[in-house]
Design a protein around this ligand. Structure first.
Ligand SMILES: N[C@@H](CCC(=O)N[C@@H](CS)C(=O)NCC(=O)O)C(=O)O
Length: 202
């Protein structure tokens, strides 16, 4: 039994998109919950068991899985047939794990502190910054159309997500812009917008 706690137009939208890409949306109980939004609206929802009141939270047979990168890995391992992840033993497993971990360990912090106008030598030493993120993406995307090669994977779905909600944070580099467009041309992008519009609070 799989349950996803989701709030429309938030970081959990990418997990709904992943479920759609995996073809398993109908196997998951999606519970719409409220969250505290960055503009100060909303608030933690008592119906959401996430320890910080956040989304996404996936619950599988009573076990809670939190953090988007962990949820993406968990779901692609659970549903390998769609080919969106890389299973243990696959030659690209290491690259797959690295993109997922780099996303939560580096890319989100860099996007957030940059958007907040923060700069500090300790932030630079720990995370580097937007130019390094852009360089890492463009190095790969100059070689292959997607992060793991010729085909879209859950690494693309996760890594592209902040640039979809927050286009001003997208590096202005042609290979990155083209990759965002390719990822967003997939039917799942439009379906998730419709899903969120239908489930957004009035
Ligand atoms: N690193 C976490 C971040 C989760 C997160 O911050 N989610 C936001 C939604 S975009 C949230 O639930 N905020 C509610 C709050 O801060 O109380 C992940 O990607 O899963």
């Amino acid at each position: 039994m799989l349950t996803l706690y989701h709030s429309p137009r938030s970081r959990s939208s990418r997990i709904v998109r992943l479920l759609d890409e995996l073809g398993v949306l109908d196997q998951v109980d999606i519970r719409i919950v409220g969250i505290r939004r960055n503009d100060g609206s909303g608030g933690a929802d008592p119906a959401n068991p996430h320890p910080d009141g956040k989304v996404p939270l996936l619950v599988h047979d009573g076990v809670e899985i939190w953090e988007s990168s962990a949820i993406v890995l968990y779901l692609t391992d659970l549903f390998p047939d769609a080919g969106l992840g890389r299973s243990v033993g696959h030659p690209e497993r290491g690259a797959y794990l690295s993109w997922l971990a780099w996303y939560c360990g580096v890319v989100e912090p860099v996007i957030v502190f940059t958007a907040a106008g923060l700069s500090h030598p300790i932030l630079d030493a720990t995370f580097r910054g937007v130019p390094e993120v852009a360089a890492r993406l463009s190095t790969q995307l100059s070689k292959t159309p997607y992060l793991l090669g010729d085909a879209f994977s859950a690494a693309d779905l996760l890594l592209v997500s902040p640039y979809v909600w927050f286009p001003q944070s997208a590096p202005d580099v042609p290979v990155i812009r083209d990759w965002i467009e390719r990822c967003q041309a997939r039917p799942s992008a439009g379906r998730i917008e419709e899903f969120d519009a239908a489930n957004a609070p009035a």
